[in-house]
Design a protein around this ligand. Structure first.
Ligand SMILES: CC(C)(COP(=O)(O)OP(=O)(O)OC[C@H]1O[C@@H](n2cnc3c(N)ncnc32)[C@H](O)[C@@H]1OP(=O)(O)O)[C@@H](O)C(=O)NCCC(=O)NCCS
Length: 158
């Protein structure tokens, strides 16, 4: 039901087809997983079809190896009227130990849309735990930072 599930975790193996030229997982593969987990999380929360409107800086902390167990954790951390700010973290572990290490972090924003691609309202996210409140404040600080980035990028929009 919409507004009920605010988080989702995808778990799978990094496959040989995900390889980059250095023999590790391709950054593009990780970006695809982030978008997929974010989409599933936003769609589950809103109960509507959603589109990606913004992907914040993606930070790759550590490489992911082919054959690692990959965990992509996505959660709603802030909602506007039609948008959902989703924190997505990618963890990886050797399947022999299952000791997960954070490899990637980003914030991705989705908008719920109707059949005409017009934005529609989403259920409001109300954080309750200290960690959730902290993450919402983080999302709000990023909105302010993004305004300056958007202004700077506007001159390069063709
Ligand atoms: C998503 C889309 C329908 C939104 O329409 P729009 O007229 O541009 O957006 P609006 O001005 O109505 O804003 C909709 C929401 O997006 C948010 N938004 C707009 N620009 C944003 C930006 N640069 N960063 C973050 N959020 C933004 C608005 O704040 C608003 O959220 P709110 O209602 O919670 O306040 C339209 O931009 C679109 O179709 N984009 C392409 C989506 C797509 O194809 N994604 C896949 C990429 S491969």
């Amino acid at each position: 039901m919409k507004g009920e599930h605010h988080a989702i975790t995808l778990r799978f193996l990094a496959q040989p087809t995900d390889v980059n030229f250095g023999g590790k997982v391709h950054g593009g593969a990780a970006m695809k997983w982030i978008d997929q987990a974010g989409y599933a999380c936003a769609t589950g929360w809103s109960g509507s079809y959603c589109v990606t409107i913004y992907v914040g800086g993606i930070r790759f902390f550590k490489p992911i190896l082919i054959g690692n167990v990959v965990e992509v954790r996505a959660s709603v951390i802030h909602t506007g009227k039609t948008s959902m700010h989703i924190a997505v973290d990618v963890f990886a572990a050797d399947p022999k130990t299952l000791e997960f290490v954070q490899c990637t972090h980003c914030i991705i924003i989705f908008v719920a849309v109707d059949e005409h691609n017009s934005p529609i309202p989403v259920p409001k996210w109300t954080p309750t735990t200290a960690e959730q409140i902290d993450l919402e404040q983080y999302a709000i600080r990023l909105i302010e930072l993004r305004k300056a980035i958007d202004t700077e990028m506007q001159s390069y929009r063709l």
